[in-house]
Design a protein. Structure first.
Length: 225
């Protein structure tokens, strides 16, 4: 099997994965169940989301350091470059996020200093473990990029309902950049992986999606129960 065929097969396996589809379905259900939330409920969501948002550039940096080829390093670094503002720190995703929530009437301390729930801690620990070696890290990377926009859209919609703000720059930057991030993540799958290596990538993507499902379930329990 050629590298291109291998990458296509692996991308198809990941994109059609049942665990991924379960996460996307859960996000749709979450939007339906939550309706319009009070500010105290929305701030819980925003504070928990801050933790993986803050850690993601570190995950990418660690993954670059353990990736064996310049090609893979290059495509991951393209994502990292955009996450950190394309050379302008003020445009980094974390800074845009804080500005967006501040414009919505939430304070930085409410979000950036929110203690993580246990499920949030497990999610960050999963990213940290995965970035210790290349194949698990690639599973987490690709798994993240193919669900990132639905996750951002869900949180953005819940924030809009609460605040009445229609224009959310943090959501806008994801809409603009996510297609390129998915493309870069797909490029990292182009090396010719054998069946065992492909299985390892898929298993870690499934781990990541499961951790995200637990993350959103924990948030739902925190704000609705």
């Amino acid at each position: 099997m050629s590298a291109t065929a291998s990458a296509t097969h692996l991308s198809e396996l990941l994109s059609a994965n049942e665990v991924r589809n379960n996460l996307v379905g859960y996000l749709k259900q979450l939007k339906s169940d939550c309706g319009t939330l009070a500010r105290a409920q929305v701030v819980v969501i925003l504070g928990q989301w801050y933790h993986p948002l803050h850690y993601f550039p570190t995950f990418l940096s660690r993954l670059i350091s353990v990736s064996p080829s310049i090609e893979t390093q290059t495509f991951i670094s393209r994502i990292l470059w955009e996450e950190l503002g394309e050379g302008e720190p003020r445009r980094a995703h974390e800074k845009i996020y804080i500005e967006t929530i501040s414009d919505g009437g939430f304070s930085r301390s409410q979000v950036a200093e929110a203690p993580p729930l246990a499920a949030t801690q497990r999610l960050i620990q999963g990213y940290e473990r995965a970035s210790g070696s290349c194949l698990p890290g690639l599973g987490f990377l690709y798994g993240t990029e193919v669900v990132d926009l639905p996750m951002v859209a869900t949180i953005g919609e819940l924030m809009r309902r609460c605040t009445g703000k229609r224009d959310l720059p943090w959501v806008n930057v994801h809409v603009a950049q996510e297609p390129g991030h998915v493309e870069s993540a797909q490029e990292t799958l182009k090396p010719s992986f054998d069946e065992q290596e492909q299985r390892q990538i898929v298993e870690h993507a499934e781990q990541m999606w499961t951790l995200w499902i637990d993350f959103f379930r924990a948030i739902r329990a925190e704000i609705l129960n």
